[in-house]
Design a protein. Structure first.
Length: 191
C-alpha cells in the first residue's frame, strides 16, 4: 500500500494534527516575515518546527472564537454598534470596501462574481488618545474633563470568501500573516 501511495501521491504525511505541507509553509512564512537570512542557519526548519506548531495550535481556536459574521450593508450600519464603532458612517464603510484591493481581486474571480454574500475578516488599527471634553454630572456641566477617544483606521479585508466556513478555513491556514494587527472582527457584507 505504501508503495502505491508513494508512486501515485496518496494521502499526505501528517505529524500531529497538521499536514506536513502546512507546517513547512508556516515555517517559510515565519522566516519571510522576520529575516530571510535565517535560511542560512543549518537546521532552521527543525529549530522553528515546535514554535510554529505551537503558533498554529493557538491560531485555530482563535479563529474558531471569532464571533459570528455581522451583515455590513447600508441598512445594517445604524442597527449594529460594531459597524458604528469601526466606521464613521455607512458611506465611509462602503467607500473602504470599494477601495480594498483584496476585496476587489476576489470580486473579479469567478467565485466572487457569483457570490450573493461575501464573508471576510476585517482588520483595523485601533488608535486611542485622551482629550479634554465636556461632561454633564447631574445638572452641572463640567468642562475640561479627560475623555478617551478611540478610532479605527487602516481597514483591510482579509481572505474574502462566499461562505463563512470557507472564510474561517482560509483564516486558519493563513492567519499567522495577520496577527500583528490590534483589532479584528469578522464581517459579512452583502453585494
Amino acid at each position: 500500500m505504501n508503495l502505491f501511495q508513494s508512486i501515485f501521491g496518496g494521502r499526505e504525511e501528517t505529524h500531529g494534527n497538521y499536514p506536513e505541507s502546512r507546517i513547512e509553509a508556516a515555517i517559510e512564512r515565519a522566516v519571510d516575515g522576520t529575516d530571510a537570512r535565517l535560511r542560512l542557519l543549518p537546521g532552521y526548519r527543525k529549530r522553528l518546527r515546535v514554535p510554529v506548531i505551537h503558533a498554529i495550535d493557538q491560531i485555530v481556536p482563535l479563529v474558531d472564537n471569532i464571533p459570528a459574521p455581522v451583515a455590513a450593508g447600508p441598512r445594517e450600519f445604524t442597527a449594529d454598534s460594531t459597524l458604528c464603532a469601526f466606521y464613521a458612517s455607512a458611506a465611509a464603510m462602503l467607500d473602504q470596501f470599494s477601495r480594498d484591493r483584496s476585496l476587489q481581486e476576489y470580486l473579479a474571480t469567478s467565485e466572487g462574481r457569483g457570490a450573493e454574500r461575501v464573508t471576510a475578516l476585517v482588520l483595523a488599527e485601533r488608535t486611542q488618545r485622551t482629550t479634554l471634553g465636556i461632561d454633564l454630572a447631574g445638572e452641572t456641566l463640567r468642562r475640561e474633563v479627560p475623555q478617551v477617544t478611540v478610532n479605527f483606521r487602516e481597514h483591510n479585508v482579509v481572505d474574502p470568501r462566499d461562505s463563512e466556513p470557507e472564510a474561517r478555513r482560509q483564516l486558519k491556514l493563513f492567519s499567522d500573516n495577520y496577527l500583528d494587527r490590534s483589532v479584528t472582527t469578522i464581517l459579512a457584507g452583502q453585494r
